[in-house]
Design a protein around this ligand. Structure first.
Ligand code: UDP
Length: 380
């Protein structure tokens, strides 16, 4: 296939990301598979990105994530400087067939504003956007800019202007799903795990209360605001409470963390993360928000661990109730489901991941969407 795609990863983190980085992880997973399919990839990112690509360019030497705490106009200034770089490149060459943009709102608006001068573009939505319609108000004249989601439910809840430009969704994937059906069965322990940022939307307070109610050990893995290790949070003192996720942790979660039945282990990575998930009886997602994509959900399946969750956001699309997990709309029922999760077959979870959530499946689906976007742009 001869297709050259400008992949806009934005200026916030390098690709692959040094630690947390949802969007940058998706790009790091997608790009090698696209190149295997013969797509040429030009990466717009920061200098420190190490992902192998055909070409790359950047405005900033390294990720500007630290600057997101600065005043809004400075954050916008960084976005705009990066996007001006992208626009300059698009104006200076005519071999880019399509832009695949992952930069929230600002990237989309910029591409829309370029009008017919720009190549057709696909903008992938990564967040739950229902609460921020104002960010995406103006797509007038942006018919060359199309939108994809990371789940059908995310798109269904997106602002109308975006839905009208949508070409469909592509579920998230994980490299762990490759060969997942051949992975040796991990020794299952008795514990439960929640894997993800600790915040009200992800609902770890519900999980911690449930663990005590049903008497099953629970490992809470993930950062609290910017703090990745319990000792870092402890050392930060009272000032840390300015962060809403830190306040949530201290007020709602920490009272149930006894270091014995319920433990917070901070951010886990690599083999430690995989072993914790693979060894769990179930992964728990007691969600209070509409989870848009759920990487940790598909990772859990790939590692052979059934999912117990509130049926919100993308969960019903990713989990087959009764086979790869147990879902409920009733928070109180989650406790009973946790006890039943041990009856589900880990091999069914792995097989599902190997069938639906591999990087290759994701890349093929994006290539289909690229074709669709180009066709739509070519049709007057
Ligand atoms: N993650 C991790 N270590 C942790 C907590 C989370 O590696 O301690 C990873 C997790 O494996 C997943 C990502 O962070 O790959 C979270 O992505 P997800 O889509 O589940 O949630 P988001 O944070 O993007 O809402």
């Amino acid at each position: 296939m001869s297709l050259t795609v400008l992949m806009n990863a934005g200026p916030w983190l390098s690709v692959p990301p040094p630690g947390y980085g949802g969007i940058e992880n998706v790009i790091a997973t997608l790009v090698p598979e696209l190149r295997r399919l013969g797509v040429r990839v030009v990466l717009a990112s920061v200098d420190s990105s190490t992902l192998p690509v055909d070409e790359k360019f950047s405005v900033f030497p390294d990720g500007q994530f630290h600057a997101l705490q600065r005043p809004y106009n400075q954050v916008c200034g960084i976005s705009q400087a990066h996007l001006s770089g992208v626009v300059r490149v698009l104006h200076s060459r005519d071999d880019i067939d399509l832009v695949h943009d992952h930069v929230e709102a600002v990237g989309l608006a910029t591409l829309a504003a370029m009008g017919p001068d720009a190549p057709p573009a696909l903008h992938t939505l990564h967040w739950d956007l229902a609460k921020h319609p104002e960010l995406y108000g103006n797509l007038d004249g942006g018919d060359r800019v199309r939108v994809s989601g990371v789940s059908a439910s995310q798109l269904a809840r997106a602002p109308r202007a975006l839905r009208e430009h949508s070409v469909g969704h592509v579920h998230l994937s994980t490299p762990l799903a490759v060969g997942a059906d051949r992975r040796p069965r991990a020794d299952k322990g008795d514990h439960l795990i929640t894997l993800g940022r600790i915040n009200p939307g992800k609902g770890q307070d519900v999980g911690a209360r449930l663990a005590h109610r049903v008497g099953v050990p629970l490992v809470l893995a993930g950062p609290v605001g910017p703090y990745h290790r319990p000792e870092d949070l402890a050392a930060a003192g009272d000032e840390a409470r300015q962060n809403p996720d830190v306040r949530f942790f201290y007020d709602e979660v920490a009272p149930h963390v006894d270091g014995d039945l319920v433990r917070w282990v901070g951010t886990v990575a690599g083999q430690e993360r995989d072993d914790l998930v693979a060894g769990a009886r179930a992964s728990l997602f007691p969600l209070r928000w509409e989870e848009p994509g759920g990487t940790a959900v598909v990772e859990s399946l790939a590692l052979g661990t059934p999912v117990v969750a509130t049926a919100r956001g993308c969960l019903p699309e990713l989990i087959e109730n009764g086979r790869t997990g147990l879902l409920t709309t009733d928070e109180d029922e989650l406790g009973d489901l946790l006890l039943a999760a041990g009856l589900l077959d880990p091999d069914e979870c792995r097989r599902e991941a190997a069938l639906r959530f591999t990087p290759a499946v994701m890349a093929e689906r994006y290539v289909d969407l690229y074709e669709r976007v180009r066709q739509l742009a070519a049709t007057p």
